[in-house]
Write a protein of this length. Structure first.
Lengths: 145, 145
């Protein structure tokens, strides 16, 4: 179990090189528009950090952003919308910032951050699951927090 | 630019809950087979750490694994094969361990770790790109190291 303190920084990383495959290559990148919308949604608040990043590698399912928190899991999201999802990302980051187990809660998570999950990564402190498969009870995939 | 030292740990995280959508739910998970194959490919070497993880969230394009290095980028890969890609992941981790710029080199990277790229994430020390789009010269997407 990962525990978090309020001092752990929560960061939204927005891919600024993302564009829809149908967009002309000489048009402004929609990823930059999403980054700007996310920064606007944060405004002058300082509880979340918004960073622009060149290419999160999720080019098939852009627009893309990641939300991570020190000593907690990292989440990558795709299929985002520049007009809709600036506030979505800030809301997700704030939900995550309040969790006590290092995971972004499924309950209350904005819908685009449920269906748009691309990948999640454990914190650096993660020590791995045991090798013995007998210790697992695998069910059907349900909610992946 | 991120700089790395040989002391930075390189880790392969293999998703043990991954299975192909066509696999019966009561069969052993192929993800566990990939984890075991990766551990076998490492053998007694200690230059890379192999960890098992429950669900990297890339369920649509499993089997999945991530390779990360302290103070460097993190990479998530999908469409992996349990029979083929244990040695692939170890080779990719070792290539990454030798890089000096915090990125996994494209040149020499095993093919499954090129076409299977799902996402990449910058190191925690990443401070973000500037907000001014004038500073970017966007080309067509080519190789994303």
């Amino acid at each position: 179990m990962t525990t978090n303190s309020a001092a752990d920084r929560t960061t939204v990383l927005v891919c600024i090189t993302c564009r829809a495959s149908s967009d002309p290559t000489d048009a402004p990148r929609k990823g930059m528009a999403l980054a700007n919308a996310t920064a606007r949604a944060l405004g002058n608040a300082v509880d979340v950090t918004v960073l622009r990043v060149r290419c999160l590698g999720n080019c098939n399912r852009g627009l893309s952003a990641a939300i991570r928190r020190e000593n907690a899991w990292t989440y990558v999201f795709g299929d985002l919308d520049a007009e809709r999802d600036g506030p979505t990302l800030i809301a997700g980051a704030r939900l995550f910032a309040q969790s006590t187990d290092g995971l972004m809660p499924w309950r209350g998570r904005p819908e685009p951050l449920k269906r748009g999950l691309i990948a999640r990564m454990p914190p650096l402190s993660f020590a791995g699951e045991p090798a013995d498969p007998e210790t697992y009870a695998f069910g059907a995939r349900a909610e992946i927090p």
